[in-house]
Design a protein around this ligand. Structure first.
Ligand code: FE2
Length: 210
């Protein structure tokens, strides 16, 4: 994310100073994507437990949140890379989480989805901030990510705003014994939408090649 922001700042500065001209119809977002550096070494995403609530055959449905659902709306997006920095088109991401009340749907597939990364390795889904539940310390979203030629990854996404971290996840992430790396605790952006407050998180996934 830091690299992306730095690159964006660089391109904006170049455009402002005349060092870069965007052709007709070309947006800064497209320029960023086209100019993305390749072969940047990346650290594999830390492993985390699969947990007991995984179910196969989740629907290919990125919109998990229904309008009537309780909870703070949550948008999650990211990209899937290999450790050489190549985006992995077609990677499959299975995600599942508790609802706002901390309950998993064990009978059906609410808050469960199977997603496919696009040409740029990007994925996104719409959900709610998961609730806490007995037996686990922190709010989290489970991931199982697979791609041909790569080691499957099970991991979990955590939220820097979780009260457990007391505002300092770098120091306090070990309060949840399942969190192996502070990198799994992601910053949260909260904003206002026509429907009320909503939050957004980015979570980049890096897979190891076999
Ligand atoms: Fe869980």
């Amino acid at each position: 994310m830091l690299e992306l922001m730095n690159r964006r700042d660089l391109l904006l500065k170049c455009a402002a100073l005349g060092g870069l001209t965007l052709g007709p119809g070309v947006s800064i977002a497209e320029a960023l994507e086209w100019g993305a550096p390749q072969n940047v070494e990346r650290t594999p995403t830390a492993w985390d437990e699969l947990g007991p609530f995984y179910k196969k055959n989740a629907p290919h449905l990125a919109q998990m949140r229904l309008a009537s659902d309780a909870g703070l709306p949550l948008s999650v997006s990211g990209q899937v890379f290999d450790t050489r920095g190549n985006a992995i088109e077609g990677a499959t991401l299975e995600v599942w989480q508790a609802n706002d009340a901390g309950l998993y749907d064990l009978d059906g597939y609410r808050y469960r989805a199977a997603l496919v990364a696009d040409r740029a390795g990007k994925y996104a889904f719409e959900s709610v901030m998961p609730g806490h539940y007995p037996g686990r310390v922190c709010q989290h979203v489970h991931y199982l990510v697979q791609a041909p030629g790569c080691k499957p990854l099970t991991t979990q996404l955590y939220f820097a705003t979780d009260p457990v971290f007391a505002g300092d996840p770098q120091r306090n992430y070990t309060k949840d014994p399942l969190i192996q790396s502070a990198e799994l605790v992601r910053p949260v952006t909260i904003g206002r939408t026509p429907g009320g407050p909503a939050c957004a998180v980015t979570f980049e996934i890096v897979l190891e090649r076999l």
